[in-house]
Design a binder for this molecule. Sequence first.
Ligand code: GXQ
Length: 290
Amino acid sequence: PGWFSEISPMWPGEAHSLKVEKILFQGNSEYQKVMVFQSSTYGKVLVLDGVIQLTERDECAYQEMIVHLPLCSISNPKKVLVIGGGDGGVLREVSRHSSVEQIDICEIDKMVVDVSKQFFPDVAVGYEDPRVTLHIGDGVAFLKAVPEGTYDAVIVDSSDPIGPAQELFEKPFFESVARALRPGGVVCTQAESIWLHMHIIEDIVKNCRQIFKGSVNYAWTTVPTYPSGVIGFMLCSTEGPSVDFKHPVNPIDANDSQSKSKGPLKFYNSEIHTAAFCLPSFAKKVIEPK
Ligand SMILES: NCCCN[C@H]1CC[C@H](NCCCN)CC1
């Protein structure tokens, strides 16, 4: 018992805290410290190198938005690649789309997969879908080996730029994602907080505008247990059939045949999809084209 505080140089001078009931797991993987604790009010919590990755209470917001913002923006997604996302929550959401035939996931840290299956069964349920193939390895290397134009969608569910995910925020990685996507294919990446990381976001937007010749948009949502209480997403499409991210052409409704086994959508709906692209003026100024 006591408190867990998320202190990091990535958000200097502030720290979100959660009351701890019991520490359930602590270990060192090849890449990072892994911890799971039972919180008093947010369910179980997954922490990597001292940074909160997800809590049972609010993970639905992040997992549903990072998946349905891209997949509901294209008709008939068939082949989807997930980079990161080892907890399986993104897989759970992708598998709600009955048009999807193939789901590849490349996660660098096997301990994250094993710990999620053991402590977060309702998140790791995504691995049970027969369309899923798990690759343990570095997403950068994985993408280099992918034939050009393979995927309809790529979802980059990464941790933050300090640690194993650092190269997932750099230009060569975005170039390899663009090459792996078909014309008019879409990518959605975890893109930090407009309150904390406007410079990182500015850099990512600049790189994406050079690399993705379709559309480049920034969306955001609320996740109470991420620093500043919000998290953003870069949504980009490659040259080809145009993609209008702000108006979903492929809406997912609560009774989509695949979503029965995953429980109902708790957060995402078509209105919040469109609203997610509305930005405060200080962010519009940096993110939207001049
Ligand atoms: N599938 C859930 C993984 C969540 N990925 C990230 C975990 C770290 C988190 N830090 C937020 C830092 C402030 N923007 C961002 C999402």
